[in-house]
Design a protein around this ligand. Sequence first.
Ligand SMILES: NC(=O)c1ccc[n+]([C@@H]2O[C@H](COP(=O)([O-])OP(=O)(O)OC[C@H]3O[C@@H](n4cnc5c(N)ncnc54)[C@H](O)[C@@H]3O)[C@@H](O)[C@H]2O)c1
Length: 413
Amino acid sequence: MTESSGDVRCPGVGLISVGWMGKLHTKAYQAVPLTYPELGLRPRLVVAADTEPSRAGYAVDVLGYESGVTDYREVLAHPDVDVVSICAPNFLHAEMGVAAARAGKHFWIEKPVGRGYDEALTVADAAREAGVVTSVGFNYRHAPAVEHIKQLVADGRLGRITNVRCVFFAGYSADPRGALSWRFQRAYAGSGILGDLGSHAIDLCTYLVGPVASVTAMTSTVHTSRPILPMGTGTHFAVIDGGELGEVENEDYAGALLKFGGLGPGAGAVGTLESSRVAVGPDCRYGIEIYGTEGSVAWDFERLNELKVFSGRGASELGYVTVNANPTYGDFARFQPGAGCSMGFDDLKTIEAKKFLAAVADLAHDNSTIADAVASAAFVSAAEESAATGQWVGLPPVPGVTAAGLPDPVTAG
Ligand SMILES: NC(=O)c1ccc[n+]([C@@H]2O[C@H](COP(=O)([O-])OP(=O)(O)OC[C@H]3O[C@@H](n4cnc5c(N)ncnc54)[C@H](O)[C@@H]3O)[C@@H](O)[C@H]2O)c1
């Protein structure tokens, strides 16, 4: 790690891809010194790469990188780069993740990490061989209200976990004129909503109650063609009037039944997981409900700072209590002084950046890791297989320690 005076560390940052996530990772690095001053971390923005030259230029002119390039390999070869953010479309994750590991760079990579289990596993193997630190863009687990749920579950306040209901409904492509971005093409994205939002949803389930053992799923594609959006232009929220149409090659909606396994609090529980990118009504209704023998909780990203809790089956006042996230939950106090002041999506990325950089500096190890990406991809690939065959499918093994906090029983022996 690049050192400067005293206890201050200045990790050199390299960014790969300057789209939505590339900008957000950068903003998160910039926010770390202000939000977590005691860590003494002052990331230095060294070099950013995007094949679209105007985006490489934007990285220098607006984001503040020292240089901008169009070939990501220059980022990995740069001697001042200690950590790399990989924010490229899914089809590049495996190539870039393996290359980053072989270059000895610690990396923070966006979900879903590749186009399925095999690619995620390839990246995990390379990271393990190289001994580099990894983090994955599973931002929703950092919401202070979600951290509080984890505590409630761990403390047994909900009793034995019986079932989980997870619904990740987005409306970003609800309009049939919604752009055909790379997300709709198998070669670039792999699966559709399963990899896009289903990967987040299953990570939340795993993080909060434990690993999923088997799945049965079905999928559907609601809008089968859309106006083409060239790579590196616009966002997947774009709506295009007219223009050439292209085929939607992956699913808009997925629904799954889950059986939880492992050794965590969810062992033996069951659940449902639904995900859509064409929901008319919900924009980002990313919700999880966890039910136990003594209580239940519900959280929804659209109301990020709120939590509904029913604790105590025999209480005289029955019904849910709506709780505001407050400075005792997760990292809330780093962002707002008191309950009722809202945190936002970008703040979750700041927490993620802090966890990644703290792990690289060996200050703490509470970051998500590439093993979590493999666990998530294991679900995505099993759900795809089940949707194709109509059968229950057991999830493939996950080497390493995952969000469940426990070694995978299969690979740990
Ligand atoms: N964690 C989250 O909540 C979240 C949200 C959105 C996206 N993502 C993930 O982040 C990744 C990127 O998504 P996005 O929405 O930022 O995409 P985007 O379309 O906004 O940006 C992708 C960028 O990659 C660039 N690119 C393409 N090929 C490249 C190459 N060979 N080298 C360098 N750059 C290249 C494009 O020009 C573009 O600027 C995806 O894997 C996606 O699943 C995660």
